[in-house]
Design a protein around this ligand. Structure first.
Ligand code: ACO
Length: 330
């Protein structure tokens, strides 16, 4: 059975840097609160009107260039996002059109902060099954569009941010590539982090009443999410490594989803990893949800932090609750 190897990575973030001090002018918060509770120093938000597809296209072109793969060689596109341009069709459709004239399948995945791992699991299954040989996986978000940048929404507004990351996967008969992926859901916690409207559950699906009731903004039971994240992520890392016949002692680099620096530090401590074995960039990008892991991975690859033979593990936890991990031999 072939494996899926990551041939190239790329990312793209908006130019506009939003500092904690800037947010403190919009809501009751402070640089000190945000840094000490989340680790975030600044994040990127797009200028209004910027398309998420443009970010995704830039990230994808960089990943394709790094891989030495032409866009017309792609057999499928898997696109993780919770901030699509439109209610329908999905973002994958627009990215397919922006990259290639071939009518390749383009599938959107909605799995929040675990979106990239879920997308990777689909691409990996396609490749292992022999259905497709070369697959582009993208994570992209423009979350600044739906944040409540007032004191009422400060718990989420200071965390979430915009960006895109991409990887090009190709079937290989070599021993490198994705060794195992593990994804889970526990829908009992669906209300702990959600955006309730618009939705087909309502008539009309969007209304001024919903806006007035603030149902278009995210609501998050932050402490509950935190508590589950620090338990599920290490558990999932161990399970996924065990599926590959490996353990934490074999791990070279952990790239955890960047939801809160304190979550990453708790996961590191629970797994007994050194500082140089865990990559964090939440300080400069905030939480870019589906885009977080491919952005971080691309930074690591370009900085030479990932070398041939290294064992790299991704892990993520988020709304749903949905979570998972992937183990990759570089
Ligand atoms: N500035 C100042 N004060 C704030 C802010 C802010 N930005 N946000 C909340 N507070 C206040 C609260 O109102 C509260 O005040 P009170 O005590 O007077 O009621 C106080 O700070 C403490 O609030 P908590 O929510 O208990 O603060 P906590 O230390 O838990 O930090 C945080 C909040 C950062 C949101 C944290 O809970 C967290 O990171 N949770 C996990 C987030 C996460 O992992 N999300 C999943 C991924 S996202 C996805 O899937 C899309």
């Amino acid at each position: 059975m072939p494996r899926a190897a990551i041939l190239g990575t790329g990312h793209s973030v908006p130019e506009r840097v939003v500092t904690n001090d800037e947010l403190a002018q919009l809501m009751q918060t402070s640089d000190e609160w945000i840094r000490s509770r989340t680790g975030i120093q600044e994040r990127r938000w797009v200028e209004p009107g910027t398309s998420g597809i443009d970010l995704a296209r830039q990230a994808s072109v960089r990943a394709l260039d790094a891989a030495g793969v032409d866009a017309d060689e792609l057999d499928a596109i898997i696109y993780a996002t919770i901030s699509p341009e439109h209610y329908l069709p999905g973002n994958g459709v627009y990215l397919q059109h922006a990259l290639t004239t071939r009518p390749v399948p383009a599938l959107d995945i909605r799995a929040q902060c675990a979106g990239f791992i879920y997308a990777l699991s689909v691409a990996d299954a396609y490749i292992r099954a022999g259905l497709y040989r070369t697959v582009l996986v993208v994570g992209q978000e423009i979350q600044s569009a739906w944040l409540d940048a007032t004191t009422e929404g400060r718990d989420t507004a200071v965390i979430f941010a915009d960006g895109a990351g991409a990887v090009v996967l190709r079937a290989t008969e070599e021993s490198r590539g994705i060794l195992a992926i593990d994804v889970h859901t526990d829908g009992a916690h669906a209300d702990k982090l959600m955006i309730e409207a618009p939705g087909a559950r309502y008539r009309p699906k969007e209304s001024a009443a919903h806006l007035a009731a603030r149902r278009f903004f995210p609501v998050m039971a932050g402490r509950e999410v935190f508590r589950h994240a620090v338990a599920r992520m290490p558990e999932s890392v161990r399970e996924t490594l065990a599926k590959s016949g490996l353990s934490v002692a074999d791990l070279t680099l952990l790239i955890p989803h960047q939801a809160n620096l304190r979550i990453s530090q708790a996961v590191q401590k629970e797994l007994g990893l050194r500082d140089d074995q865990v990559y964090n960039n939440i300080m400069t990008y905030g939480n870019t949800t589906s885009a977080t892991i491919p952005i971080a991975l691309d930074e690591c690859v370009r900085a030479g932090r990932v070398c041939s033979g290294d064992l790299v593990v991704f892990t993520a936890f988020g709304s749903g609750f949905m979570w998972g991990s992937a183990v990759v031999r570089w």
